[in-house]
Design a protein around this ligand. Structure first.
Ligand code: ATP
Length: 337
């Protein structure tokens, strides 16, 4: 009988690494944190990493790849890996990888992403092809990993032209601004049981938009304050219970549509970024096809995972649990991409 390989679980020391590493330990795996020089402290202090590998820059994981592959370190992707490496490079990594690498192309390309969400039947904010066509409130978003920094609102072509001057040569999209409550929905889809779980919800804490309300409108005008959406943290949320059926349905439709674009489809954690209007209509403006930092408030589990599991179940731990279940049932091919 051939001996089954033993796996470790690793990730880049940033974003949602604390819960991923702790979740790995809780499920009995050795955890490996790859940290940038000068940014090791949290991973030591919180005792979540059994092994720490230090690099100058995350892009050096390409050079660590052989070592990670030899040690059977399953890499868990999060936002920082997408920032550090081109898609092609991620595709070439030999170390085991949790998730479907092919789906990343659909997340990263805004046009493909829109096609995917539209195929799933979700309602999306309108995209304005040209600044001249702006005829209502819009949000201007820049490409790349800016984390919302500098995004601005406009409602006429003239206002757009005035504000875009502060961002010369940046690539952007102009999206209809939906006035409502932003809700980020955290899902987990198991390729082993084909079941979709709702893990929790968050809303974001962004600078400066989340503090502008502390300044009187007149002072905002006098000071010439422009909004920005630079993410600084996440706040836990529970939703009105009657919204849950629709939330499950949207997640299931996204999974179904993902199988149409790539046979294996999306699996593992993902997040639908939505705004819900006063008429309780969901507009989905983005999908993250991997763990999001909005799950970080729930290291000890969310109210929803508490209903389903009799133990604290973060999204990070849920990933490790899926790996463990796949190992036990000889189905590693179903969880590795
Ligand atoms: P991510 O980090 O998930 O890639 P991002 O940093 O690019 O996202 P978004 O989350 O897309 O930024 O948007 C930044 C802020 O703008 C968030 O507060 C979000 O709720 C809000 N927002 C984005 N799109 C819309 C929209 N179409 N209508 C209303 N609010 C929006």
């Amino acid at each position: 009988m051939t001996k089954k390989p033993t796996y470790k679980i690793g990730t880049l020391g940033s974003h949602s690494a604390l819960q991923i590493l702790k979740g790995a330990q809780d499920e009995g795996f050795q955890s490996v944190a790859i940290c940038e020089e000068g940014r090791v402290k949290p991973y030591e202090s919180f005792r979540v990493a059994d092994q720490i590998i230090t690099v100058k820059d995350f892009s050096e994981i390409v050079d660590l790849d052989n070592q990670l592959a030899a040690e059977n370190v399953i890499m868990i992707p999060h936002g920082s890996i997408l920032n550090a490496l081109e898609l092609e490079k991620i595709g070439e990594l030999k170390a085991p990888y949790f998730g479907n690498k092919n789906i990343l192309a659909w997340e990263v390309d805004r046009t493909k992403q829109r096609e995917w969400l539209a195929n799933a039947g979700l309602t999306l904010p309108r995209i304005y092809e040209t600044p001249e066509s702006i005829d209502g409130p819009v949000i201007i978003k820049f490409f790349g990993a800016g984390g919302g920094k500098g995004y601005f609102l406009a409602h006429t072509p003239a206002e757009f032209e005035r504000k875009i001057k502060a961002h010369p040569k940046k690539k952007y999209i102009i999206q209809e601004y939906i006035v409502g409550a932003p809700i980020y929905i955290h899902y987990f889809y198991s390729p082993l049981t084909n079941e979709l779980e709702v893990m929790g919800f968050d809303k974001r804490y962004e600078s400066n938009v989340d503090s502008i309300g502390r300044i009187a409108a007149k002072d905002q005008m006098d000071l010439g304050i422009e909004t920005s959406y630079n993410i600084t943290g996440n706040m836990p949320l529970v939703v009105r219970e009657s919204l849950l059926p629709c939330i499950f349905e949207m997640g299931e439709d996204v999974i179904k549509a993902s199988k149409a674009v790539d046979g294996r489809g999306l699996f593992g954690p993902f997040c639908l970024e939505t705004v819900i209007t006063p008429d309780l209509e969901f507009f989905a403006f983005e999908i993250s096809a991997r763990i999001v930092a909005g799950t970080n408030p729930f290291i000890n589990g969310s109210p929803y995972t508490d209903l389903r599991y009799s133990e604290p179940m973060s999204t990070g731990r849920r990933i490790a649990r899926e790996v463990k279940l796949a190992m036990e049932s000889d189905q590693m091919d179903k969880v590795l991409g």
